[in-house]
Design a protein around this ligand. Structure first.
Ligand code: URP
Ligand code: ZN
Ligand code: ZN
Length: 464
């Protein structure tokens, strides 16, 4: 089989180490990895001297074109995945919000009809559960068979579920190979505290943070873990941001329970002080960014392995929409952009010596593939997997500016952040989709990736 592309002289980063090797790609797949591979006459050779070769990141948490907060998040499947590609992310998981009364397969078909003609890199879905009455619960297994085995319940927002539904979904997940994710915050306390501050005319973005104090998330994490333990189901806690919840994760994991935690770059890089800034409303997301102690706990959790993944929770809104809440934090649509910044940021933290490159790859790619049943295709630079490859230049220096980003959003919370190193090439199934800050991909080239059912007995998950 002729080699189409040969990445030569680079160092490959895996979740367990770094080694010098060449990478051969034929068609859409990585076909060989060896110390020195000879090109064929027609092979395109990419010289990766002094560069790192990484698996494309898999963003486990995005909200593209999602109706939310009185509007629709400002990146659709085209602009969101274009932005992803330029930041080294080659697969995105998007959340489908089930409509009331809708079966899960219908929800997948409804959103895939939007995504398929637009996506520039590969994508998959999680299903956000709203309604499981009557027979709807049993359509979960049909979704698993369609390659969507992960579901999320919200404990907050007007579409959040009761503890009873959460418990029922957890119970049901075990027999059908599904994994349940949770947005954990205490809804009653959020409602009470928001109303209290509003009555006191305390309406600046700082009160978004104070109406969702650290324990509002911590208590809900503990409760969610409690239901997971009680049912014997696995649980994936999305966008974990607080120390108390992380302590509960650590304890449960030490006891042997399959609890997986995801955090986000915004929680690792910023603290709640951002809500005192004049542009504090732009940082409003839920759960809110927490204080210094929680931030430190998250980094410690990463070092210990109790945080399994880093994902963006990309849910951008335009400045004029964020401005709705200039005088009232309750009117700010919740969410921030980050899809183009996650991998560069985590790799920059590695470049600065805060974590290893292998840790960044593990958190942003390999573990995501393991948890969500994608290891047969994605998550590592390995023969047999898709040629989703990032060439990373550790010597490049970048100061993030929204005008250089490739999404549809007109501002970013990452403006002015300084990064050491940057992805300089992104390849998606053997096609170059981004190079030196330029998007080169094609609308509609991204494909839906079917995930395998979750099997806790596989070494992938047993050892995580
Ligand atoms: O503020 C956020 N996180 N917006 C997106 C929806 C969610 O809760 O994940
Ligand atoms: Zn959420
Ligand atoms: Zn989210």
């Amino acid at each position: 089989m002729a080699i189409d592309i040969l990445f030569k002289n680079g160092k490959i980063v895996t979740d367990s180490g770094i080694f010098k090797a060449d990478v051969a790609v034929t068609g859409e797949k990585i076909t060989a990895i060896a110390a020195s591979i000879k090109p064929d006459p027609e092979t395109t050779v990419i010289d990766c001297r002094s560069k790192l070769i990484l698996p494309g990141a898999i963003d486990a948490h995005t909200h593209l074109a999602m109706p939310f907060g009185g509007t629709i998040s400002s990146d659709d499947y085209e602009t969101g995945t274009r932005s992803a590609a330029c930041g080294g992310t080659t697969t995105v998981f998007d959340f489908i919000l089930q409509d009331t009364g809708e079966t899960f397969p219908d929800a997948i078909k409804r959103r895939d009809a939007l995504a398929a003609p637009q996506a520039v890199v590969d994508y998959s879905f999680h299903l956000a559960v709203k309604d499981v009455h009557d027979k709807l619960l049993y359509t979960m297994e049909d979704a698993v068979k369609m390659g969507v085995p992960s579901f999320k319940v919200f404990m907050v927002y007007d579409f959040g579920v009761t503890d009873g539904v959460f418990y029922e979904v957890l119970e049901h997940s075990k027999s059908i190979g599904a994994l349940i994710g949770v947005h954990a915050e205490n809804n009653e306390l959020v409602n009470y505290l928001s109303a209290k501050y509003a009555a006191e005319k305390k309406l600046s973005p700082w009160y978004h943070y104070l109406s969702r104090p650290e324990f509002v998330e911590g208590e809900a994490d503990e409760r969610a873990i409690h239901w997971a333990k009680a049912t014997g189901a696995a649980l994936y806690i999305v966008h974990l941001a607080n120390a108390q919840g992380l302590r509960a994760v650590t304890k449960a994991r030490d006891e042997g329970y399959p609890i997986f935690a995801e955090t986000c770059p915004q929680y690792l890089n910023f603290t709640s002080d951002v809500y005192k800034r004049p542009d504090g409303r732009n940082f409003v997301c839920s759960p809110p960014i927490k204080g210094k102690a929680s931030q430190k706990a998250l980094w410690d959790g990463i070092a210990r392995g109790d945080i399994a993944t880093v994902a963006t929770d990309h849910c951008p809104f335009l400045q004029k929409e964020k401005d709705w809440g200039k005088k009232d934090f309750r009117k700010i649509p919740n969410g921030c952009a980050g899809i183009e910044n996650m991998y560069p940021y985590m790799l920059s933290e590695a470049n600065k010596g805060h974590i290893s490159y292998s840790k960044a790859v593990e958190l942003c790619s390999t573990n995501v593939a393991k948890i969500f049943g994608l290891s047969h295709k994605k998550g590592a630079v390995e023969a047999g997997r898709d040629a989703d490859i990032v060439v990373y230049d550790p010597l490049k220096r970048v100061t993030i500016k929204n005008k250089d980003m490739h999404g549809a959003t007109d501002h970013t919370i990452w403006e002015g952040e300084y990064l050491r190193g940057y992805p300089v090439q992104t390849w998606s199934r053997g096609k170059l989709v981004a190079k030196d800050g330029k998007f080169l991909g094609q609308k509609g080239a991204g494909q839906f990736v079917a995930c395998k059912p979750i099997n806790l007995k596989t070494p992938d998950l047993r050892n995580l």
